[in-house]
Design a protein around this ligand. Sequence first.
Ligand code: NAD
Length: 499
Amino acid sequence: MPLSLIRIRDDLNVVPGRLFIDGNWLDGHYDRFEQIHPATNEVMTTFVEAGARGVDQAVVAARRAFDEGPWPRMRAQDRKRMLQPIVEKIYAAEREIAQLQTLDNGIPFTFSRNSRVSPKSAADIFDHFLGWIDKINGETYPQFSSASDMQYMTFREPVGVVAAILPYNGPVMTFAMKIAPALVCGCTVVVKPSEYTNLVVLKLAEIVAESDLPPGVFNVVTGGAETGAALSAHPHVDKVTFTGSPIAGEKITIAGASTMKRLSLELGGKSAALVFPDAESVAGAATTLMGLCSTFLSGQVCTTPSRAVVHRSIMDEFLHHAAEQVKTVRFGDPFDPATTSAPIISKRQKDKILAYIDSGRREGAELMFGGGTPGGELANGNWIDPALFAKVSNNMTIAREEIFGPVLSVIPFDTEEEAIRIANDSDYGLAGCVYTSNVKRAFRVARAMRSGSIGVNGYASVPNAPMGGIRRSGVGREGGWSTIEAFTELKTINFNLGS
Ligand code: NAD
């Protein structure tokens, strides 16, 4: 019997989606599109394709709320009181939100509920940013010279109308990382979820909508790339905060150029993990790195170290433990607690990953295991057996391009300098890792690796520390004060104190 999610879909009372614009839920007179579940390719429901018309309606509402409404000018304490209930409401609904996230992108329910992409983590993100609300301060400057009696001071003002465009892989977390700071800073927002993960974002939108924010402060449009393109090009949008692929990031940059939109771009990665012979546990490093590619979202995570750069002397040990890890992988019903791994989001993306695996073979890497597609009850879904390539050279396609799937490429090295050179020889620079028990080496290598963040003997992002990339991995940082800076403009007031 093929796997089916229709029963759970019906149990969760899934209904066709609507837009949320100017304080109202709308569904009339728009085209609709189907959302398909990646584990089974069954239709979950339909959503509105907002297109340029829906986007314009939402942006006009957000513009009016920003230019004429009370939100950007509200006292910090009042704004905080309006937003505060969101934290508790997300906690209270966390089980349902986690279920909807699994019904959207197929992330195993256990991870949907208990990981950094969980609703509990999203509530913590809101909680963190709410703490900033009465601390978004400017500065005063000593008077510069006796030639003038001017006093200078700065204020941090909301950047304006924000377009928030989300990816499919962490819709709950990315919603929180963008919407919480935007609202906290006094911006108005139009959010567009990925076309693959509307259910959960509309549930979060319902929670935000219950906060009685002034109409137009928070709006949601659904749709695909064209809707995203219309949003990122809209002349009345001041800032785009985007998480997604470098190619879409590039288009968004071009679309915003004529109006000089502020941009925060969290894009793709091809991160390297450097495993040295003095690593505390080679088995631990191998299990973690293979695990990141084979369980959870099956490598569909931007920070996944998809290049394991491993010292030649520990290569056999590393490959052995990576193979052992893969034996723990279980595919199946994403709501079954035994399931460890997500399907690939779409048939198109599945084919793209299989083509990368072919290219690895053709270009001379050694496929140690994986790369097949399971049949039986899983035949209708987008599943790929986790693949490990050994003897990869850094100029092969599988080492250069973001595969965004369950493929780990293992590249051998002999010296520390060579390992750093391999890590840095990439178009990307999002994250990275170094496994060593030598503190001086850890520091040296972490400083030498060119990327937005580096983990030493492990990696995890948190809401209160900056995260983001260089090169094709993006522009700007999200996390803590860096986010507040990204959602505000500095205004300098020159105060003439002379006669
Ligand atoms: P995607 O770029 O295909 O889609 C992301 C969003 O952009 C979707 O909402 C989509 O509808 C929209 N979009 C597509 N084309 C657009 C355009 N021309 N203009 C405006 N919007 C457009 O990405 P995805 O497949 O959803 O996510 C995977 C990618 O996201 C990977 O590259 C991954 O590395 C990256 N990612 C990065 C981070 C990070 O923090 N750096 C986090 C998660 C995912």
